[in-house]
Ligand binder design. Sequence first.
Ligand code: F0G
Length: 457
Amino acid sequence: MKTIIEPFRIKMVEPLKLTTPAERDAILRKAHFNPFQIPAEDVLIDLLTDSGTSAMSSEQWAGIMRGDESYAGARSWFRFEKSLRDITGMPHILPTHQGRASERILFELVGGPGKYVPNNNHFDTTRANIEHSGAIAVDLVIDEGGMPRVHHPFKGNLDPHKLRGLIAEVGAKQIPLCMITVTNNSGGGQPVSLANIREIRRICDQHHIPLFLDACRFAENAWFIKQREPGRQDQSIREIVREMFSMVDGATISAKKDGLVNIGGVLLMRDDVLAERANNLLILTEGFVTYGGLAGRDLEAMAQGFQEVLEEDYLNYRIRSVAYLGEGLLKAGVQIIEPPGGHAIYIDASAFCPHLPPDQFPGQALLGAFYRHGGIRAVEIGSVMFGRTDPATGQTVHPSMQLVRLAIPRRVYTQSHIDYVIETVAEVFQQREKIRGLRITDAPQVLRHFTAKFEEV
Ligand code: F0G
């Protein structure tokens, strides 16, 4: 088979700054071993996130110029609304400035003390918004979703037995809605099958629980369905996406992922009454309902980006290039969550650094090693992001996996950039016993991974 090439050519370039290992060591120390504190200019390959880091197309930039900046009823708003309605079929489409703004509005409406919100795995901002409302966020991914080396075509599936168990335990009245995150970011960017969404829908229907998608990466999820779900090979991505949305009552979307834009979000709803209440909150804190905290030009870029992301040549290249990174790391002996996910490769940091216990933050330690060695920036998804102190015992509770995520921005890096990442990680792996553990010297109460400070043990 021929190499799957980037299905675009480059029209505008942004130079990258090369630094020396000694300079990077000083930069890392100044940032207290927290990559969020490193100036982006000092990063060579930035795999911190795939969110808001996409390269826009010439058509999107043309849309930026065409943006209608009218306060109400702008042309750009109608274009955005039509684009999202064509794709999702949802009656109510609310623009927001990003995914967490959609989450904040949704959970201000349906959250609250005593409530439980199940999901396969909540992303950190979703969990934080649910908890901020006083409700409890519950992760119910299938067991395989927590086993790095176990292969399953849809490792992001929500476990129907666990959902039934939660309903039996807390009562359907306490569950204002159920969510499914596609793809499952916190669980390795793993997809969810149509069959699973349908089964969860059935259980929710039996108990009158609305079902919502966290649909940040809906197009990548649809590509996996087309590849892996029996009987779906001949369907178009658009048909699969339509079917996904047809089974749910709404969705929160960060357009910074599959919207192929640098800022923007969407809140989708079927229920008229809920949508009206959401619109009121939107006006209160985001902006009028036809711009929701965005400029008209942002709506244009989204309208176009959501269409481009459904192009099958693009998705083929996108998923293939992430898998290419995963295969390169596996060949070098590095353990990752298998099979590779849609937007990122997740390195098993405990396996990489068996000499570091969870309370020395092996994932965070690995981030420092990648930066020092090759100027690569990534993010920890482990005890820094999800570790917490049990109020009853005062003990630290660690998540089940210590991961480092290498997230691939969309349409930004070429295959030789990715080859460089593979080489860098492989070289660090050769000298892994030299990686030192970290301890926290300062951290805020919530979302501590953004600002926590560390020192080497
Ligand atoms: N849901 C999921 C599954 C996400 O991955 C994110 C963001 C959000 C919600 C929130 O969206 O950032 O627009 O407010 N994920 C980024 C990441 C930050 O790096 O994975 P947002």
